[in-house]
Design a protein around this ligand. Structure first.
Ligand SMILES: Cc1cc2nc3c(=O)[nH]c(=O)nc-3n(C[C@H](O)[C@H](O)[C@H](O)COP(=O)(O)O)c2cc1C
Ligand code: SF4
Length: 491
C-alpha cells in the first residue's frame, strides 16, 4: 500500500518561493477574492473533519465563528494548535517541518473567511527546531506581503499536556497557567474571558459534564468575537480544498471521513515514523507501511491511539483507520498516533504508564480526575509489581466508574476509555499478576514524543521525574497545580 503526500510534503519545502513553485499560494488568493460564505461552504462540502482528536466537522465550526464574530468589538483570532502533546503523535511537527507555508496558508485562509485579525501559531517551547523553521516561514510571508491585514505570530507555550486542550491553550496565550475553561473557544476567545467564573455564567446547561455543554446562542452581549482553534493538520488540508474543490478532496477516503490522515507509528515495530494514508486504510497496512510491521519473531498484541482511546487487539487490526471505522469497534481515531505493543509487552505496565501520564498531567480542578487518577496509578503499579489482590482490581473498577463525573475537559474520560479497555481485553493478563503466576514487570514510560530521529522515536524521559504538582522536585509537595503560584508552572 502506498503513502499519499497530500498534506505531508514528501521532502522539506525549502522556501516560500519553492512553495509557490509547487502551486502554493493559490488557495489564499482564491479565498481573498471570494465570498467568505462560499469558502466556508466548500470546507463544509469537503467534509473535512478535525485532525486534533475530536473528529468534529471543520466547516461547521468556521461557520459558527464567522456568525458569532460579526459585529463584535474585539475581533476574532485563529489559533493553530501545534502543541502536539499526545503520546505517540509526531505528525504536526512533521507537517510543519516539511512545509510550514502550507499550514500558515491554511490559517490565513481561515482568518480571511471568519473575519479574524490575527493568527497565533501556538507551539511549545520544547519544539525548538520546528519553531525556528516556522518563525523563518512567518518572516518570509511578511516580507512577501502576505500578512497585510492579518498578523501572524508564534506563541511558545508550556510543555504541559493540558496546554494542547483548546481552552487551556487560550488561557496560556493570555498569560495564565494552562487550566481548561468551561466555555469552548468558538464561543469566547482570547482577550475575553478574564476569569473562569465569568465563563461559567454564560453556559446554558452544564449537565453531568461540562465537556458536552450545549453552546449558548449568539447575542449574549459579549464584546469579543469567538476564537477559531484548529489543529495543524486540519489547516494543512485547507489550501488544496479551496483550489481543487471539495470533490477532489473526497476522491480519497470514505464518505464519512474524506481525505487522508497523517499517522504516526511507534512502539514495537521495526521502525518508527510518520506517513499519510487515505482515510479508511486498514490499521494493519498503516502499521506495515509506516512502521514496517512487528519485529522479527514477534506478534502484535495491541495498538493504542495515544493515551486517549480504547486499545485495539490483534484480531482488530483490519479496522479501517477512519472516524466511523474506529467508532464501530468502540475506539476513536484520535490524532492518528498509534503505539504498538507486541507479545513481550506487559499490559499492566502499559495501564500504569497511561494512568501515571494522565494523573501527573491532570490539573486537579476537578478533584476526581486528579485524585482517582493518582489512586489508579498506584493500583495498576501494584498489579504490575505482582503485589495486588482482588480488592485492588475492584477498587480500579470503582475509580473508573466516577473518574470523569463533572469533568471540565476531555482528559478525565481518557482514563476510562483507555484503562477500561485494558481491563476488558487483557483482564486475564492482569489476573495472572494478581494471582502471582507472572513476575513483576518493568514500568512502561508513556510520554510525549520529543523527536523521531532516523527511524526511532525519543520519548520525553524527563516525564519520569515530573510530579503531580507539575514540578520536577525530588518529592511531590502534595499540592495540585492550581494551588501553586502561576509563575512556578513548569516551562
Ligand atoms: C487533554 C487534551 C489535550 C489535547 N491536546 C491537543 C494537542 O496537543 N493538539 C491538538 O491539536 N489538539 C489537542 N486537543 C484537542 C483540542 O482541544 C481541540 O479539539 C483541537 O485543537 C481543535 O482543532 P481541530 O478541530 O482542528 O482538531 C487536546 C484535547 C484534550 C482534552
Ligand atoms: S478534567 Fe482533569 S485535566 Fe480537565 S480540567 Fe478537570 S482536573 Fe483538569
Amino acid at each position: 500500500m502506498s503513502l499519499i503526500p497530500r498534506t505531508l510534503a514528501p521532502t522539506p519545502v525549502a522556501s516560500l518561493q519553492e512553495h509557490l513553485d509547487l502551486g502554493g499560494g493559490r488557495g489564499l488568493e482564491v479565498a481573498r477574492r471570494s465570498d467568505p460564505a462560499r469558502v466556508i461552504a466548500m470546507i463544509e462540502e469537503s467534509g473535512l473533519r478535525a485532525r486534533g482528536g475530536a473528529g468534529a466537522l471543520c466547516g461547521e465550526k468556521w461557520r459558527r465563528v464567522r456568525a458569532y464574530g460579526r459585529g463584535a468589538v474585539v475581533r476574532s483570532s485563529v489559533i493553530v494548535n501545534a502543541a502536539e502533546g499526545e503520546p505517540g503523535s509526531f505528525k504536526d511537527r512533521a507537517i510543519l517541518w516539511r512545509n510550514p507555508y502550507r499550514v500558515l496558508e491554511g490559517a490565513l485562509i481561515a482568518a480571511t473567511v471568519v473575519g479574524a485579525e490575527d493568527v497565533v501559531v501556538a507551539t511549545k517551547r520544547m519544539h525548538t527546531v520546528v519553531n525556528r523553521r516556522t518563525n523563518t516561514a512567518i518572516e518570509e510571508l511578511r516580507a512577501a506581503g502576505w500578512l497585510e491585514g492579518i498578523d501572524v505570530e508564534i506563541f511558545e507555550g508550556p510543555n504541559e499536556y493540558l496546554y494542547g486542550e483548546e481552552t487551556a491553550m487560550l488561557e496560556a496565550i493570555d498569560g495564565r497557567p494552562p487550566f481548561p475553561r468551561i466555555v469552548p473557544p468558538h464561543r469566547h476567545g482570547i482577550h475575553e474571558v478574564a476569569s473562569r467564573s465569568c465563563a461559567v455564567d454564560e453556559v446554558d446547561d452544564v449537565g453531568a459534564s461540562t465537556v458536552y455543554v450545549e453552546l449558548a446562542g449568539p447575542g449574549s452581549g459579549s464584546i469579543g468575537a469567538p476564537t477559531l482553534v484548529n489543529n495543524v493538520e486540519t489547516l494543512a488540508n485547507v489550501p488544496a480544498i479551496v483550489v481543487e474543490g471539495p470533490q477532489w478532496f473526497r476522491s480519497v477516503g470514505t464518505d464519512e471521513s474524506p481525505g487522508s490522515l497523517v499517522c504516526t507509528v511507534t512502539g514495537a515495530t521495526r521502525h518508527h515514523g510518520v506517513g499519510e494514508v487515505p482515510m479508511g486504510t486498514p490499521l494493519s497496512h498503516v502499521i506495515e507501511s509506516i512502521g514496517g510491521g512487528p519485529a522479527e519473531g514477534r506478534s502484535i498484541k495491541a495498538v493504542m491511539g495515544g493515551a486517549a482511546t480504547p486499545l485495539l487487539t490483534a484480531d482488530q487490526l483490519d479496522t479501517p483507520v477512519s472516524n466511523e471505522g474506529m467508532a464501530r469497534v468502540g475506539a476513536r481515531l484520535g490524532c492518528g498516533g498509534f503505539i504498538v505493543f507486541d507479545d513481550h509487552d506487559d499490559m499492566a505496565a502499559v495501564a500504569e504508564g497511561v494512568a501515571r501520564f494522565l494523573s501527573v498531567e491532570s490539573c486537579g480542578l476537578c478533584v476526581p480526575c486528579k485524585e482517582d487518577g493518582l489512586a489508579l496509578t498506584e493500583l495498576f503499579g501494584r498489579i504490575r509489581r505482582s503485589q495486588a489482590d482482588d480488592r485492588d482490581l475492584a477498587a480500579i473498577r470503582d475509580h473508573l466508574r466516577t473518574i470523569d463525573d463533572g469533568a471540565r475537559c476531555g482528559l478525565a474520560a481518557q482514563y476510562r476509555l483507555v484503562l477500561q479497555s485494558i481491563l476488558d481485553k487483557f483482564g486475564a493478563e492482569l489476573a495472572a499478576h494478581v494471582d502471582g503466576t507472572v513476575p513483576a514487570a518493568s514500568p512502561v514510560l508513556v510520554a510525549t514524543i520529543v523527536d523521531i530521529n532516523g527511524s526511532r522515536a525519543t520519548l520525553d524521559e524527563s516525564h519520569r521525574q515530573k510530579q503531580p504538582d507539575w514540578t520536577f522536585e525530588a518529592r511531590w509537595s502534595g499540592k495540585f497545580p492550581p494551588e501553586r503560584q502561576p509563575a512556578a508552572v513548569s516551562s
